[in-house]
Design a protein around this ligand. Structure first.
Ligand code: PPS
Length: 390
């Protein structure tokens, strides 16, 4: 447990006429904490759990992705657009000197992969507390495969799950064949927990998990610079290397060209393993910010409350008893019950787990552990988070 922290901005998150010369920003308030990722590692749960603290106010949405997409504008007008996602000063119970114990935050998983975001955030919100939730990278990759690939290429029977799916059909009619096809797969996934990696016979035109990760391993091995092994810089930021990886998937999978590759979240699919290089991504953040790393494996019904108390302490909040939070709130964005504000009860979660399936084949898992080890990534967090190395 770290020593208690101070709230950012000397407890003055809001711009008042005495703290800003920019009339446009008056009464707007800055987030005091950002959950920067990792995607599919439990960011929705952490965001929603923290809202239990009486001094944490909700933003208008869990994620804005502002610092990833809009920061280039770099104008007061654009900043105002960002701060408009958060409550205004009158909701913060400001003291006459502008201080408050209340905070607001947001949770945009795309920030972690973007070292430029680290600098922009530092410039505009110095002292903001940075939180990352991480997860066994192989389980994270499987979750991403289901959500960013399987669901996206056939997201027809679901509620919208974010900006990607809202864009998906451009308002056009859905293809009835694909609706039937994937609703069948989804039914199988959610009802019986059938193993996805062996479901080729059900959906012969989708790329399997094993095909994806094998292609990505080959790609990352070939482009990561041998001495630094810095995969973020060498492999994931250059669109041309990503295109090469895409082609590689088509070449290396049997009848690859007839498989359905296109999805609106293609970047996320192309970096299913890459986004599990947590330490590599965190380096640029840790140089500039106070960073707290949380293992999702510790966010259990039994002891998740202590982890949350530690996170609250890190933000600078007053002590609060989170022991009932996880039990009450359940697990957010679980399995096919996707949605940043959608939760699944622990009983349901346990039932699905007992039903089994959907996991990663043992020998492939061993191969992936060796892969992460060869870059020095696995050993960084495996013991601390309790990832199974067997
Ligand atoms: N408390 C707790 N313990 C264990 N696992 C948990 C917990 N909370 C969320 N999760 C799992 O995290 C996955 C969702 O992650 P995110 O909310 O970050 O996804 S997203 O990137 O915002 O779409 C999603 O993983 P999958 O179910 O494997 O897809 C959730 O089940």
């Amino acid at each position: 447990v770290d020593p208690p922290s101070q709230l950012p901005y000397n407890s003055r998150p809001c711009f008042t006429s005495s703290t800003t010369t920019d009339a446009l920003l008056t009464n707007y308030c800055r987030p005091s904490y950002l959950i920067i990722g990792a995607g599919k590692a439990g960011t929705s749960s952490l965001y929603n759990y923290l809202l239990d603290h009486p001094d944490v106010l909700p933003a208008d949405s869990k994620q804005t992705h502002y610092w990833k997409y809009d920061h280039k504008e770099n104008s007061v007008k654009s900043l105002k657009k960002y701060f408009a996602h958060f409550p205004r000063s009158w909701e913060f119970n400001l003291e006459p000197d502008g201080t408050t114990t209340k905070v607001v935050g947001e949770s945009s998983p795309g920030y972690l992969t973007d070292e430029k975001a680290a600098s922009y955030i530092k410039r505009e919100m110095p002292g903001v507390k940075i939180i990352t939730v991480i997860r066994d990278p192989i389980n994270r990759a499987m979750s991403s495969y289901r959500y960013n690939y399987l669901q996206m290429i056939g997201a027809d029977t679901r509620q919208p799950t974010g900006r990607h799916s809202r864009r998906r059909n451009n308002g056009k009619e859905k293809d009835p064949a694909s609706t039937n096809h994937y609703s069948h797969l989804e039914a199988i996934m959610s009802d019986t927990g059938e193993i996805i990696s062996s479901s080729t016979s059900i959906t012969p035109n989708h790329v399997t998990f094993s095909e994806f990760v094998r292609a990505e391993m080959a790609f990352l091995r070939s482009c990561a610079s041998a001495d630094t092994k810095d995969i973020m810089k060498s492999c994931l930021f250059d669109p041309s290397t990503l295109d090469a990886q895409w082609e590689n998937i088509t070449k290396t999978t049997a009848s690859g060209s007839s498989k359905e590759l296109k999805t609106h979240s293609s970047y996320l699919v192309r970096s299913m393993l890459g986004r599990g290089f947590y330490q590599n991504q965190l380096e640029s953040w840790e140089k500039q910010h106070d960073v707290k790393v949380v293992c999702v494996e510790h966010l259990t019904k039994a002891s998740g409350g202590e982890v949350l108390a530690d996170v609250a302490n890190f933000i600078g909040l007053a002590d609060f008893d989170f022991s009932g939070t996880l039990n009450e709130k359940g697990i957010y964005n679980y399995g096919s019950n996707t949605g940043y504000g959608k939760s699944t009860t622990w009983d349901e979660f346990e039932r699905k787990k007992r039903a089994g399936g959907g996991g990663v084949d043992e020998s492939l898992r061993r191969e992936l552990i060796e892969f992460y080890k060869s870059f020095g990534e696995w050993d960084h967090f495996a013991a601390r988070c309790g990832w199974s190395s067997a």
